[in-house]
Design a protein around this ligand. Structure first.
Ligand code: ZN
Length: 184
């Protein structure tokens, strides 16, 4: 575990420790030291993460609640184009003074390390299969082209049997109307 000085997620709580009822809010913009997420979209190392924290001193420890904002970058799971997506997550965890089975996190001397709490909240919010748009048509299985770019150009090449039948009908109808006058 990194020391509080080098860990941007570490929050000093000396002013709150063992003082139940005390409360403090804190805003901190951090540079993400280690990529959050491991899927097709992540909050990369070096990205800015905005933390809006509320620290409350309780008898058992320090309750840390807050909100994290960042921008995730990745690739559309269908067409592979680069995409970005806003990340907005809330979290709340109690950091206990004593190591106990009841609490997952502990106060370390004069600070709490919010890294695992923020990491979990952010990673869980990331879409498993991100898409550039909800109806992304993906890639052409033959050419590998991005179908959203190909767009209308691809349509005439695909012969829809219903459309072919309609064209036939229209052709026959046209022939009949041309033929009728000559028969009278
Ligand atoms: Zn896409």
């Amino acid at each position: 575990m990194s020391s509080p000085a080098s860990n941007p997620y570490a929050i000093r709580i000396r002013d709150l420790a063992q003082r139940p009822g005390e409360m403090r809010t804190l805003e901190r913009d951090i540079t993400v030291p280690e990529t959050l997420g491991a899927g097709q979209i992540v909050v990369p190392e070096g990205a800015t993460l905005q933390l809006d924290l509320r620290l409350e001193s309780l008898h058992e420890g320090i309750l840390v609640s807050g909100h994290a904002s960042a921008e995730a970058v990745g690739a559309c799971s269908r067409c592979l184009i680069e995409i970005t997506e806003p990340v907005e997550v809330d979290f709340a965890e109690l950091f206990a003074y004593d190591a106990s089975e009841d609490f997952d996190y502990q106060v370390h001397d004069d600070h709490v390390d919010c890294e695992p709490v923020v990491r979990d909240a952010v990673v869980l919010s990331l879409p498993f299969q991100p898409v550039c748009r909800p109806d992304c048509p993906g890639l052409d299985p033959v050419t590998g082209e991005r179908l959203a770019d190909v767009g209308e150009r691809a349509a005439p090449e695909q012969i829809d049997p219903r459309w072919a039948a309609l064209q036939e009908l229209r052709a026959n109808g046209g022939a009949n109307t041309d033929a009728e006058p000559t028969e009278r």
